[in-house]
Design a protein around this ligand. Sequence first.
Ligand SMILES: *Cc1c(COP(=O)(O)O)cnc(C)c1O
Length: 411
Amino acid sequence: MKFNEIDFDTYFKNYPDKDGFFGKYGGSFIPEELKEAIKEINDAYQTICKSSKFISELRRIRKEFQGRPTPISHLERLSKSIGNGVQIYVKREDLNHTGAHKLNHCMGEALLAKYMGKKKVIAETGAGQHGVALATAAAYFGLECDIYMGSVDIKKQAPNVARMKILGARVIEVTDGLKTLKEAVDAAFAAYLKEYKTSIYCIGSVVGPHPFPMLVRDFQSVVGIEAREQFLLMTGELPDAVVACVGGGSNAMGIFSGFLNYPVDIYGVEPLGRGKKLGDHAASLTYGSEGIMHGFNSIMLKDENGNPAPVYSIASGLDYPSSGPEHAFLRDLGRVKYDVVDDSETVDAFFKLSRLEGIIPAIESSHAIAYAIKLAKKMNKGSILVNLSGRGDKDMDYIIEKYGDSEYFKE
Ligand SMILES: *Cc1c(COP(=O)(O)O)cnc(C)c1O
């Protein structure tokens, strides 16, 4: 299928190019001293990802450990409540082991570490979701795992810190600057630079310098490949629309990659948070502009000095001032449409899905559900497939604190 001069039949061969560019986005903007280490990961990945031993081992792990394929569920009661015949379906990444899609790329990254003969995986984490998924993968493969985390986040995310420690990871407190994600990224890279001969750095989404946006997309593409086959088998046709929430953009790239070459409308949903004012949202593709941060060129939200702006989202997993370069590329092409939902629409969708379907979604995923409900109301027939990126167990404390006394609990 051709779309604005891009041939999607050969898309995955051509994008990114050998330097990691999706059009003008992506690339690798890193300090000279990191180049050798990152090149080693790229070279190893290019070889290992084609080895049939690696592919079959990853396949076996997905089936026997992660519980893949995850099912697709038809949301009959939610669809009926909209009432115009449009049918909504969800790809159940909440049923992937550890309760979200993140394990898909963490298992891939840790298996790559094993094939490269590394002893340790290193990463930073903000809310702790990436740290927990990576600690899980490290435990499975018997790798050491060092997770860098700001002290502010360590205090806020006690259950995830405990999970990482139970899984055998070392959680290293970062006390510089604002003591949150940005400082943790810097500390993790500094540590990696010192130990790159025996360790590998594992990123948490389709962001960062080449090859990470490609490597994470490739590992997540299992979601889209499964979903397309399952949806065809269930309904005899393709969905009319596919919807996913976008933070860094890994769950979205996962499901989108299965449908880019098919006549399906694709929507990425960003968090509008409290509103359009800078600092009140994290909708980088909707309101941002081109810029380089964290080693790659993409669309980002900037402050008056051109630095990454402070962002806000009710969902800690979407709280990032940029998105993966491939999303910026697909946005400019017009192949994927990016739009927003705000906090209150999201919370409404969180309770609706729980009550009508018996699925408590992650607040991140609730953004995609909220958008699908709005989209369904605008369509007058057809079907929508939503990537339900994770389950809501991790959000219980927040929901009780914020909404425990609200109408939602009184209804
Ligand atoms: C981390 C997370 C996200 C956001 O990450 P992406 O890379 O944008 O997919 C979305 N949903 C859940 C459940 C998450 O844990």
